[in-house]
Design a protein around this ligand. Sequence first.
Ligand SMILES: Nc1ncnc2c1ncn2[C@@H]1O[C@H](CCC(=O)c2cccc(C(=O)O)c2)[C@@H](O)[C@H]1O
Length: 223
Amino acid sequence: MIGISIATKWEYEATLKYFGIKDHERFGYPYGEYFLRTINETELVFYSTGVRKVNGVGGSQYMISKFNLTKVIVAGTCAGIDDNFSNLDIFVPDKAVQYDCTVKEIEPLIKQSFIVDIDLSKYGNDFYTGTIATADKAVVMWKDYLELKENKITIADTEAAAIAYICKKNEVECIIIKGISDFPTDERNSDKFESNIQQINVYLENTPKVMNKIFGEYLKRFI
Ligand SMILES: Nc1ncnc2c1ncn2[C@@H]1O[C@H](CCC(=O)c2cccc(C(=O)O)c2)[C@@H](O)[C@H]1O
């Protein structure tokens, strides 16, 4: 069985809609809910975890243990960091890092021992790849965005690298498929609260588009 890990309620609602899931097919568990589907003769469990590292890791560990998963695919949205890319571009990162685990004033931003390299060689190269950086807060402030850019990060989110790390501990393969839902905007010469509301609205508008693109054009190649 392969697990598809989904963080937010908006991402999960788009998933339920995409697969036409009926109420009686939805099951609760301590971190959210899940449903089962068979695609190309492979059994999949799609599960929501809630946001941030603790929920992503807790929910994924629960599902690895309950269903004896052989692979976890982290599917969802992310912030764009590399400005060569645009909203709705989809990535399958070959490296996952965490950037909120060091005293960055005196240590490197990226925690070396938490880096996970992802071997994508068996899946070809017909997709964007790069480095995803995870922390327990969203990339909203311009200074955080610039710091990630300086560290050659491609995209950023709030769960994926932590899930990849615990998959490695369980010797379970982890693939991350993430689409850009939003880019931070420079709030320094404007109202930072208004700028934040605009970014959240862009995230909400793009979430179903990203999820539909992941399920329609990417998922089957990685199961
Ligand atoms: N900018 C982002 N930075 C990091 N992760 C992002 C971003 N965008 C999307 N994600 C991904 O989607 C989910 C939710 C998105 C989220 O929390 C968010 C999005 C936009 C603004 C704000 C805010 O507080 O103003 C919060 C997370 O689980 C994460 O995995």
